[in-house]
Write a protein that binds this ligand. Sequence first.
Ligand code: 1JT
Length: 256
Amino acid sequence: MPALLEGKTALILGIANKWSLAYAIAGAFRREGARLVLTYQGARQKETVEELGRELDAALVRPCDVSLDEELERLAAELQGAGMRLDAVVHSIAFAQREDLTRPFAETSRQGFLLAQDISVYSLVAVARMAAPLMTEGGSITTLSYLGANRVIPNYNVMGVAKAALEAAVRYLASDLGPRGIRVNAISAGPVKTASARAVKDFSTILDFVAQRAPLRRNTDPAEVGDTAVFLASDLGRGVTANVIYVDAGFQAMGL
Ligand code: 1JT
């Protein structure tokens, strides 16, 4: 099979370390011949992501805090200045305060709610607005979601509401950008032991529960998320937009 992303440039936001879903996606994109532009948040992530960028032979590794419009504008200006067209964007970013993932959802503060919406949802809108002018040949924008958007998952709380908004944002962005040949989709991944997940208490119990009940009787492998992201970014995905694709070993289908 020929490389699926040969000649394409992909911007990937949200690698924190080698367990990040964004890192699995970057690896799959690189395997398929894409040129990679990676971003990280803040000085704490710099060393790690620059090292992973070297491993992946990334063309560019840059800081980008998606809560700041200026940082997104600076990144867009730099890519523009380097004459870089973008063909794919992967948004793999979310945040919520720890207390909002432990206390009852009804206790969520206004500030905690808005913070989760800002970082986990509005950032997709801001990234799409920044990237769209660089996608002069059309392109694909993919974000990461979770089943907590549609069902009550204990403790997912404010993130569930944020993921519901994120999936709605995918549909509205797909409608806006479709006429320019830009597709917008989400991958709803099954739970994976990432750094974010480590912040969740009893996460191993959740993983075991899912593995016992999912049709495939196992958890989601990050590489499966990477391969689905390749499909969406490639010409194979040309007819798919405004969609949420489950890469979760089938768990979402189960009632009991
Ligand atoms: C965040 C965190 C976003 C954890 C996340 C997330 N998206 C998925 N997970 C993992 C997860 C978390 C819970 C869960 C299942 C999966 C933590 C930091 C903020 C952003 O419950 C079954 C709670």
